[in-house]
Design a binder for this molecule. Structure first.
Ligand code: ADP
Length: 711
């Protein structure tokens, strides 16, 4: 894995010139912590920025020196970005000496005033939020609403609300016809481990180098044979190689049911009489350690809209630490969950778990405190942060196609609404070489601001957690601010419009033009827009989304998510894909063959027909047939262009996506070949097998032990 991940990095480009420096000053980004040498950076020199408004998402300044770290000597306080970072990450106490509880300061703006163009302000009614289904996020949500002086409806409301806050899924409240819901239809399903793996692997087929941040994965039981064959091959090639794998049950969370293996024979394939659905994944043996402990990052990401795609990343997150010093996997330690699994829900039950009110010690810390610490050790934090941003954008691009299918099924065109947004929890591991690896994405990241504490032996109680409150209230509050229905969208300049955002070429870690407050009286947001800001670097990856757009056009019946045989034939006919070599009879056989195989893979599916993933496979096959001589990704691009040309502008089609009003994405020219025709023309698992390299892995003996997962 480390070999594989080691060499591909997203190019990180620094802002240039004076503007860049100004932006750096205005940036509360973790990446604005710069590691340089020879400058005095003692805590006493941390200064407030000198403006009169407090800043949200503020955190306690790390209490240097951190355990065993000679940090201050390597921080450059002359760097304005650093000064800003300290202040922003610092507690409210850095601001004019006012101490604020947990950094979540109360926003003291006038009661919901809006400013008219003539400069006069007028009162507006408060934004209304239905919190009746908020579940465990209720406390953080209540705080956020209070800070914004909005109106909460804890029991729901007969009249429509502006915002509906759901704890689980889009369907928590039924029959919402207006406003905004904090969940997308289908997100829960889409981010289950198997679906998520499939979506990322499809992208790996098209863009293997761009999607190298996701560990090699196999889906059980359907790819059991493939998995065993590949492992056998690796071991035959080099007997010293003995990789470790982590097995994750499909519907699991919080480490539940996860175990490590070193031999496919140790897989637990059946529960009762049922085959167990799971993902088996290459285990990352060399994570980055702090204080000899493995840790992972929980990053909060807001999908503000699907079309146009708008993604924001919270500049503050959490890090969760293991509670037993890390050793590379071996026969002896394979079952040591406190060593290998970073889940808070597991480690909180370890005797070594450290509850701390400070943000830079203990078993749960803020992301900024960890980045600060790494910066102090000379780590290029800007690079890490830019790699993380790239990982997030690429992952969202991988799941968007299927989300659009769900969206149009639940909110068909013509239906007044609602519209959706969602906060996701990205779990990211940093490898020893600082490469970020995606572990999973949670559709319902915990927004609880209390943690479990053992108050007496064996007795656990929920007590307030300042670190959780600090981070989560900031994320929810600023999400609400971005979704404020009364906030006028910034008007794009004609230059912006003509360039479709694409002039923003660089991933600028210091620049924060998009995290400015939607309300001028408000401090800057802790959510940073990363898309469309970085459209230009990532737009070429949105190929599967274009295939999904075609798929949706041919779905036919409102609310449908699967293509029937007739609709598939219509697609072939309309796009003129049949010929004397590829008759309609062959089309029917293709449909039956692929649909059957996918039906077997998703045995629990209630709907018959061809789903998006099956359609994508058929599309790849058709592309391979039609454009035999081209490299495989070019085949797909060429077929897309051909189909889109036959169909004309999507906006004229009433089946066009309901989740936005933007024109269809422009055709993207891609050049890099990745798969051979024979790979594309073969069934997906074989293609995947062919596209996965057999990198040498750790030499350790086989052994399986089930992790004793507690919840
Ligand atoms: P869950 O949803 O049950 O928390 P995760 O995929 O997040 O499942 O895995 C649980 C934990 O296992 C992670 O927090 C991480 O510490 C560890 N982990 C997961 N996948 C890997 C991997 N591929 N390599 C190393 N550690 C992993």
């Amino acid at each position: 894995m480390s070999d594989h991940y080691g060499h591909v990095r997203v190019e990180q480009i620094k802002p240039q010139g004076e503007d860049a420096e100004k932006e750096a000053v205005a940036s509360p980004d973790p990446s604005s912590i710069t590691a340089t040498t020879g400058t005095d950076a003692s805590p006493g020199k941390q200064r407030g920025r000198g403006h009169s408004k407090p800043v949200p998402c503020v955190k306690a300044a790390p209490d240097w020196p951190l355990r065993g770290t000679a940090a201050p000597a390597v921080i450059n306080l002359n760097n304005p970005g650093f000064e800003r970072a300290l202040q922003v990450k610092g507690s409210g106490s850095l601001l004019h000496g006012q101490s604020e509880t947990n950094g979540n300061y109360l926003i003291n703006r006038g009661p919901l005033e809006t400013r008219r163009e003539d400069g006069q302000s007028r009162k507006r009614r408060p934004v209304t939020v239905d919190t009746s289904k908020a579940k465990t996020s209720l406390e953080a949500l209540k705080m956020s609403i209070k800070q914004l002086k909005w109106k909460e409806f804890p029991l729901g409301r007969r009249a429509p609300c502006d915002i509906y806050w759901h704890g689980v899924s889009f369907h928590d409240n039924e029959n919402i016809v207006s406003g905004q819901v904090n969940k997308f239809p289908g997100m829960l399903e889409m981010l289950r481990k198997i679906n998520m793996s499939r979506a990322v692997r499809t992208m790996q087929e098209l863009f293997p180098e761009e999607y190298d941040f996701y560990p090699r994965s196999w889906i059980l039981p359907e790819e059991y044979q493939l998995f065993t064959a590949q492992i056998r091959l690796i071991k035959e090639k080099d007997a010293a190689v003995n990789p470790t794998f982590i097995v994750k049950p499909d519907g699991g969370s919080q480490g539940d049911g996860i175990y490590l293996i070193r031999d496919p024979a140790d897989l637990k394939l059946v529960v009762g009489s049922q085959a167990k659905q799971a993902v088996v994944q290459e285990y990352i043996p060399k994570p980055l350690l702090i204080d000899k402990l493995k840790f992972d990052i929980r990053l909060y990401v807001l999908i503000k809209s699907l079309e146009p795609l708008e993604i924001y990343i919270a500049k503050e997150g959490l890090t969760r630490f293991c509670t037993e010093p890390y050793q590379e996997p071996s026969q002896k330690n394979l079952s040591h969950v406190f060593m290998h699994l970073t889940n808070y829900s597991l480690n909180v039950h370890s005797g070594n778990f450290v509850h701390s009110d400070s943000q830079n010690t203990g078993s749960k810390r803020t992301l900024s405190s960890v980045l600060y610490r790494l910066a102090a050790k000379g780590v290029d934090i800007k690079r890490v942060w830019s790699d993380i941003i790239a990982l997030v954008i690429k992952t969202v691009i991988a799941v968007v196609p299927e989300l659009k299918v769900y969206y149009q099924a639940d909110i068909p065109p013509g239906k007044p609404g609602p519209t959706c947004f969602q906060i996701l929890g990205f779990d990211i591991l940093l490898m020893k070489n600082l490469k970020p690896v995606l572990l999973e994405v949670n559709s319902n990241p915990s927004m609880r601001i209390e943690h479990e504490q053992e108050v007496a032996p064996g007795v656990f109680e929920f007590v307030p957690s300042p670190v959780d409150e600090e981070v989560k209230v900031g994320v929810i509050r600023d999400t609400l601010r971005l979704m404020d229905p009364f906030h006028k969208k910034p008007v794009m300049s004609s230059q912006d419009k003509s360039k479709g955002f694409e002039h923003r070429e660089d991933i600028q870690m210091d620049g924060e033009p998009d995290s400015r407050s939607p309300d001028e009286n408000q401090p800057s947001l802790c959510l940073k827009q990363v898309y469309p800001k970085y459209t230009k670097q990532f737009n070429h990856l949105r190929l599967v989304e274009r295939i999904a757009n075609l798929f949706i056009r041919f779905l036919g019946v409102k609310g449908n998510m699967r293509l029937g045989p007739t609709a598939f034939r219509t697609f072939i006919r309309t796009c003129k894909l049949s010929s004397s070599n590829f008759t309609m009879a062959s089309v029917d056989i293709l449909y039956i063959d692929i649909t059957r195989r996918w039906a077997a893979a998703a045995a629990d599916s209630r709907e018959a027909g061809m789903g998006l993933q099956a359609f994508v496979e058929a599309f790849f096959y058709l592309a391979g047939r039609r454009f035999r001589s081209l490299p495989s990704r070019e085949q797909v691009v060429s077929l897309l262009e051909l189909c889109e040309a036959q169909l004309g502008p999507q906006s004229e089609d009433r089946r066009s996506l309901s989740c936005g009003r933007a024109p269809p994405p422009r055709a993207v020219k891609t050049q890099t070949p990745c798969l051979t025709y024979s790979q594309l023309a073969s069934p997906a698992p074989q293609r995947r097998a062919a596209s996965q390299d057999n990198r040498p892995l750790q030499a350790l003996k086989p052994r399986t032990l089930r992790a004793s997962v507690e919840n």
